[in-house]
Design a protein around this ligand. Structure first.
Ligand SMILES: *Cc1c(COP(=O)(O)O)cnc(C)c1O
Length: 960
């Protein structure tokens, strides 16, 4: 009977998903524990995590669900959302995601599980996709340099303001924002300006610009109400005042309109969402950012450029990385790390698939339907703007509310503008039937307008001939080769095949937590009830979304031990910024506005100092001791020295050195004693979930990287989500949103992102993750992540020196191996080892962060023991290869390490004259049974690409 009961329990066992998510099974875990001399996971954790911070209670999260249970539970939430036809505009439009892109990119782990292309030899596919995207942006905007995406249009505009501040020699105090810029963008700009000492003036640039001392101007093109303003004369006026001009432009409108570049803008930016990326209740989508050539060194974000490999073939890689926060830290041009690579790829592919001709057909059609709508409305006496691309603002007087409601009754969302107007934005999905329906709503069903007649009658259009662009766009052959689905499918597959992703093997990047992104977690992202919703849709249409978000918030609060949470920041770095802003605004409200010092340990991630500077803080570095811990004496001294002005300490826990610092509680108390606040960078939460809660061991605020710890895939460099948890006193200072206010008490912190809940449509991934793992699975995941890292460190320690360890010689969920002694003895660098790992079929670990000359390795809980062993064996074999260089068996400048990675070009090289065989070059661990992953190019020359900077598609095809 007992046996039967157990069997039954097994049958109904809810932890099925946990067993799939966690790589090593119970037996394997035991073997790994044996190697470590620990009798159980529990002992290992007790040995590793300081008792002073360990949770005494189990995590307050529900029991696990099966994949099917969680999916059906989420389905019932999704069903509560009403998918209305959106005419709201404001930078978000319905779009047809080309099915070939939806299935082969958005829903394809070959694309979405890849990492940021820091290792270019194994990333040529997405580097090419991003280069296409940059070319598309440069063509449409008429600018000379484009980056590979920012987080959203509004934060891109805030970045533009910062860029104008940095680059303009004029030290005028005012940033002028046109009053027809999208309202959420004005909100984000004002938030950002507050702590940068910038005065924002919102007004009509045609009449008010010359009344202010302005260093920069932000325009919207066309304006938020649809009008295509005369930006030429505004730019002329700005020039006279030595102000730089940034233009937020609609990409589809730019297919028809003169480009910002041609009109003389310094910066062009905007949302690329309507190029085949669903609205997703706010994101994720890629914001584009483009500038004139002279600003290229101060451009925020990543830029893909063209270089050569060691065989002299063209190869792509990320350019000018010395601008980025990883290297420049508090002097960085921005804090951007994770951006929106996957969505930029999708938008670029949309342009590749449609080409110039296809885009023109789409843009002309949208415009023609708008003209028909305008013609019909004005014929029957409704006033609207006469200049437009796709957006009309109609004046309806006291009927505003009634018409708005009538539209709702017909399943349509119109935009409320002022007290007597309605906004209507059309898009690629709009049909004649939609126009008839709009006529019926606005003019009454008895209107006898005939679309055909109206069409025949429209003689002008909303675009003046002199406003039309005449230059050619998308002339590169890539934009005309793949218009048949067969060609497109093969192009996508060909690029995918060049890239290493989690579909090939382990990506052991320390600090990045490249764990399983389960298919069941990914499925709901495509559901129309999550995908096809405008971020400013009335809240009563999205109860399912709101419940899902609230449940996720609640679970994340339970995990972190905080009191409140904001889902707005759409990356970890944005979370840092939002958290610091909460602290600053809290201190300001309490008469402590003078507190402006931010202590940051030397081991911190580059985004920490970059975010601190964005928040108007001055960075003071705290030393680390020889064990990699924060040097408590130095911390005490600096806290003492800056006591009066101490605002905050930013600390990562467990540390970026891969250890649980014993003294973390003491560290937090020291800061609090001096009146400061503690910001705990939550990037390493994968070692803490279910084990310890930052909100309970002394921290005031943390961000979580949902794209690390909570299973959102990396997307090849984004999307991500960086919600922040805070203690009660900071809760009123969490971001609000002017267009779509957030529940709860707010004391003046504005928006930090374009959408109220950031990239909402990827939140179901983390929701599913938490529901399917549940209380025990979440904790077990952290424990196994720690077990795997320790197992790996133990196996490696005979061959490499593990740089830092914590109590009982344990590491946390990642570990750093020191390559400097190897380099001293052999000349072989961490980079050579990283590249050689590619020949063994692996992605490199994190290189030279947080310590130069090291590799930081994080296996995560999802990798099986076999895969971890394969990786460790590869590193051990590489160590043997290094010894041959040390012994002089191989010359220092001609061996499999410095020549790595090896390609098929090496295999068929008839002039092969190296001191090792081609077999050792390409099959160092034998020819793997599952097939070998081949790097597409040989070692890429980074310096060459920066000396000869090109960020557009090259004119030859030789790199293909
Ligand atoms: C990843 C990471 C960040 C930045 O997060 P993004 O989401 O990339 O902006 C900050 N700190 C640490 C320690 C990280 O690993």
């Amino acid at each position: 009977m007992v046996v039967e009961k157990q069997a039954l329990k097994q049958l109904e066992h809810n932890d099925a998903f946990t067993g799939r998510h966690i790589g090593p099974d119970t037996d394997e875990q035991q073997t790994m524990l044996n190697l470590l001399g620990a009798d159980s996971l529990e002992t290992l954790i007790k040995d590793t995590v300081p008792g002073a911070i360990r949770m005494q209670q189990p995590l307050n999260v529900n029991d696990s669900m099966t994949e099917q249970q969680a999916l059906s539970c989420l389905r019932s939430l999704a069903d509560q959302n009403k998918v209305f036809k959106s005419y709201l505009g404001m930078g978000y439009h319905n779009t047809h995601v080309p099915p070939v892109i939806q299935r082969n990119v958005l829903e394809n782990p070959g694309w979405y599980t890849a990492y940021t292309p820091y290792q270019p030899e194994i990333s040529q596919g997405r580097l090419e996709a991003l280069l296409n995207y940059q070319q598309m942006v440069m063509d449409l905007t008429g600018m000379e340099v484009a980056n590979a995406s920012l987080l959203d249009e509004s934060t891109a505009a805030a970045e533009a303001m910062a860029l104008c501040r940095r680059s303009n020699r004029s030290k005028h105090p005012v940033f002028f924002v046109a009053d027809d810029v999208h309202p959420q963008t004005i909100d984000v700009i004002q938030t950002r300006a507050a702590h940068m000492g910038i005065q924002v003036v919102v007004g009509n640039p045609s009449t008010e610009l010359d009344q202010h001392e302005v260093f920069g101007v932000q325009l919207q093109y066309p304006g938020t109400y649809g009008e295509i303003g005369d930006i030429v004369s505004i730019i002329k006026q700005a020039r006279q005042q030595k102000a730089m001009v940034s233009v937020a432009a609609d990409l589809l409108a730019l297919v028809l309109l003169k480009s910002p570049g041609e009109l003389g803008a310094d910066i062009a930016l905007g949302n690329t969402q309507r190029f085949g990326v669903p609205m997703g209740f706010g994101g994720p989508h890629a914001a584009y950012f483009a500038t004139s050539a002279k600003l290229k060194r101060s451009i925020p974000g990543r830029i893909i450029g063209v270089s050569v490999d060691s065989r002299g073939n063209q190869a792509l890689r990320m350019a000018m990385q010395t601008r980025e926060q990883h290297i420049r830290r508090e002097k960085a041009t921005s804090n951007i790390c994770t951006a929106q690579a996957l969505l930029a790829n999708m938008a670029g592919f949309y342009a590749v698939y449609h080409g110039a001709k296809g885009l023109k057909v789409i843009a002309e059609r949208v415009h023609r339907l708008t003209a028909i709508l305008a013609e019909g409305l004005t014929t029957l006496g409704v006033k609207c703007n006469t200049s437009y691309f796709d957006t009309l603002t109609i004046t309806v007087g006291s009927e505003q509310n009634a018409l708005y409601k009538k539209a709702l009754d017909s399943g349509c969302n119109l935009r409320m503008v002022g007290s007597d107007q309605l906004g209507i934005s059309l898009d690629e999905t709009t049909t004649r039937e939609d126009i008839s329906q709009l006529f019926d709503i606005i003019l009454g069903a008895d209107n006898d307008l005939d679309i055909e007649q109206l069409h025949a009658r429209i003689n002008g259009s909303g675009i003046q001939p002199e406003q039309r662009r005449t230059d050619a766009i998308l002339t590169h052959p890539t934009f005309s080769r793949y218009h048949s689905e067969t060609n497109m499918l093969r192009y996508l597959k060909q690029l995918e095949n060049k890239d290493y992703s989690l579909t090939h093997g382990m990506i052991p990047l320390g600090s990045c937590t490249m764990k399983l992104n389960a298919t069941a977690e990914m499925l709901p992202v495509s559901w129309p009830e999550f995908a096809d919703i405008h971020p400013f849709a009335p809240r009563d249409q999205v109860p399912g979304y709101m419940t899902m978000i609230r449940e996720l918030e609640q679970d994340l609060i339970s995990v972190t031990g905080y009191d409140a949470l904001s889902m707005q920041p759409n990356s970890g770095a944005q979370g840092e910024y939002a958290g610091l802003l909460a602290i600053r605004n809290y201190q300001q409200a309490n008469g402590q506005a003078h507190r402006n010092i931010c202590l940051i340990p030397s081991s911190a991630h580059g985004t920490n100092p970059a975010s601190a500077v964005m928040s108007g803080l001055e960075v003071v570095i705290v030393k680390c001791d020889s064990n990699g811990n924060v040097d408590i004496n130095d911390l005490r001294a600096k806290a003492e020295q800056h006591s009066e002005h101490l605002s905050v300490l930013m600390i990562t826990y467990p540390s970026t050195h891969g250890v649980f610092e014993e003294e973390v509680r003491t560290i937090c108390s020291i800061i609090h004693e001096h009146g400061g606040q503690v910001y705990m960078d939550g990037a390493n939460m994968n070692a803490l979930v279910g084990i310890a809660q930052p909100g309970q061991f002394g921290s005031d605020v943390s961000h979580l990287n949902l794209h690390k710890t909570f299973a959102i895939p990396h997307g090849g460099g984004g999307p991500g989500m960086g919600p922040i948890g805070v203690k009660q006193h900071l809760a009123p200072y969490l971001p609000n949103h002017r267009v779509s206010p957030i529940e709860g008490e707010h004391k003046g912190t504005g928006a930090v992102a374009a959408a109220p809940f950031g990239s909402s449509s990827i939140l179901p991934i983390s929701w599913m993750y938490i529901k399917m793992l549940g209380q025990t699975g979440l904790k077990q995941s952290s424990e196994v992540a720690i077990l795997s890292a320790n197992y790996m460190a133990e196996r490696l320690s005979e061959h490499y020196s593990v740089l830092y360890r914590g109590r009982n010689n344990r590491v946390a969920h990642e570990c750093i191996i020191d390559i400097r002694p190897i380099k001293d003895a052999s000349g072989i660098t961490e980079e050579d080892i990283a590249k050689r790992l590619m020949d063994y079929g692996f992605h490199a670990p994190t290189m030279s962060f947080p310590v130069a000359g090291t590799l930081m390795i994080e296996p995560t809980e999802s990798e099986s023991r076999a895969e971890i062993d394969r990786f460790v064996d590869a590193l051990i074999a590489i160590r043997q290869e290094v010894i041959k260089v040390e012994n002089g068996e191989w010359p220092a400048d001609n061996n499999p390490l410095v020549n790595a990675p090896h390609t098929q070009a090496d295999l068929v090289d008839s002039g092969w004259d190296r001191p090792y065989s081609r077999e050792d070059a390409v099959f160092p661990a034998g020819n793997p049974q599952g097939g070998k992953y081949w790097p597409a190019v040989n070692r890429v020359d980074n310096a060459h690409g920066d000396r000869h900077f090109i960020c557009s598609c090259p004119s030859t095809d030789s790199y293909r």
